[in-house]
Design a protein around this ligand. Structure first.
Ligand SMILES: Cc1cc2nc3c(=O)[nH]c(=O)nc-3n(C[C@H](O)[C@H](O)[C@H](O)COP(=O)(O)OP(=O)(O)OC[C@H]3O[C@@H](n4cnc5c(N)ncnc54)[C@H](O)[C@@H]3O)c2cc1C
Length: 412
């Protein structure tokens, strides 16, 4: 059976790799090369602990002060506010305690097998060296401040996430660069990260090609269908790619195509930024999440990557690189000896649903089309387990986790 996979970011690539393990023939459809969109520049964390949704109880109280700071952790460009308002209303509804527990439970099921689902793919691609399982440190300026996040951390623990309290002395012993600013931490020892998210995606993609995958460098514009079955993908080149099944993994750009195969899905882009510091002069060995500062810091092979912030401004507005510079300024404040003489900046589009859960499942109006998009802040984390589940669905097998919370029909 020939499956067209729309999108060659980390999610489409993992879907393709898992489908090939089942013996399916795969053709990628993407105008870009592998990992040239959001999967290029993310923070690279591979965290089974990252099961909390973005919208947490009480968050709405912080939003007004965030919005007053144009370079703060959350910004909505004024002209985009009316467009995104209904999405934000849904997002806030999903941040109620009971909803958060439901969402975190579903995400934990998707993320707990991160390494089990990546490892067979990475081993085949001879790319195990691109991941590291050294744990993640959530760090705080004091234990008292950490208590503000205790409800979420306890929820993680109740779902089986191991989190170990780390007092200042041990924190500094683990990571001398944290000395001074951070006095308390939580170590998530089961977490890991990639040394280079783009290289990881490309290594898996190259293995897909070696295993016979073809690539069509074009944008998918729609589907040719007959009797509830997709028979081809129409392309902006004017041609149609014949196929016997299709997986839509177009990241933040998936909505237009998804809406042709089912009810409207409220997909929004949360634009995020990174700055990568070459020769940073820091010796971090863990992924570090500076919780109060909404800043993730990850030592990678090309340098130290600082990433974060959310900007609502749609898919087409140019990046506002002042936000990347603000990340760097925050990094310099937290790590005064950070050498920032050589840096690169980047913006990417996190594909986000209001409930922070991706869409994984069969398209409502086609028997042989499957959706795999909307992984928001955890697309690197959730890509391989999504691929495994998509392969199960395509093969007609029961999924290994409950996919009901991820259903494409959940807003209809
Ligand atoms: C600053 C930042 C930090 C992040 N940090 C982390 C992190 O530490 N850990 C983590 O797990 N996640 C992180 N993320 C999120 C993660 O990067 C994304 O969830 C993930 O990359 C999404 O992958 P994707 O394959 O769905 O989308 P993408 O990588 O964006 O790929 C989508 C592909 O689909 C193609 N496409 C779209 N429309 C069409 C069409 N019509 N026809 C053909 N092709 C099409 C695009 O060209 C693109 O190549 C971060 C994101 C940002 C922005």
């Amino acid at each position: 059976m020939h499956i067209a996979v729309i999108g060659n970011g980390i999610v489409g690539t993992c879907c393709a790799a898992w489908l090939q393990r089942e013996g399916y023939r795969v053709t990628f459809v993407d105008p870009l090369g592998p990992a040239e969109a959001t999967s290029f520049g993310n923070a690279g964390s591979l965290s089974p602990s990252a099961c909390l949704p973005v919208g947490m109880p009480g968050m709405w109280r912080k939003v007004p002060s965030w919005l007053l700071d144009p370079l703060g952790p959350l910004v909505i460009r004024w002209w985009y506010a009316p467009v995104v308002a209904p999405w934000i209303a849904r997002f806030l509804r999903a941040s109620d305690r009971a909803e958060v527990v439901r969402i975190a439970t579903a995400l934990r099921h998707l993320l707990a097998p991160i390494f089990d689902c990546y490892e067979p793919l990475l081993q085949r691609a001879n790319a195990m060296g691109l991941i590291r399982r050294s744990g993640c440190l959530y760090v705080y300026s004091s234990r008292e401040i950490a208590r503000q996040w205790a409800w979420g951390m306890n929820l993680r623990r109740s779902l089986g996430v191991e989190l170990r309290d780390i007092e200042e002395e041990e924190l500094v012993a683990l990571e001398p660069d944290l000395k001074g600013r951070f006095r308390f931490g939580l170590l998530a020892p089961e977490n890991g990260s990639t040394l280079d998210p783009a290289a990881l995606t490309r290594a898996l993609y190259a293995q897909c090609e070696r295993d016979g995958a073809q690539a069509v460098r074009a944008r998918a514009t729609g589907f040719r269908a007959a009797g509830g079955v997709v028979t081809g993908v129409t392309l902006d080149s004017g041609e149609t790619l014949d196929c016997e099944g299709v997986v839509l993994a177009g990241g933040a750009w998936s909505a237009r195509l998804a809406n042709q195969l089912g009810p409207r899905i409220p997909l929004e882009t949360q634009r995020g930024y990174h700055v990568t510091v070459e020769s940073s002069n820091l010796g971090l060995t863990h992924t570090v999440m500076a919780v109060e500062h909404n800043l993730m810091v990850n030592p990678m092979r090309m340098g130290l990557r600082l990433a974060g912030t959310v900007e609502f401004a749609g898919l087409d507005a140019p990046p506002d690189m002042r936000r990347a510079k603000a990340l760097l300024a925050r990094g310099q404040e937290l790590f005064p000896h950070l050498d920032a003489s050589r840096v690169s900046e980047w913006m990417g589009h996190r594909p986000c649903l209001p409930d922070s859960l991706p869409v994984i499942g069969r398209a409502p109006r086609a028997d042989n089309a499957w959706f795999a998009f909307g992984h928001g802040h955890v697309g690197m984390c959730g890509a391989a387990s999504t691929g495994r589940e998509i392969a199960n669905l395509v093969a007609g097998r029961a999924p290994e986790i409950d996919l009901a919370p991820f259903a494409p029909t959940r807003w209809s």
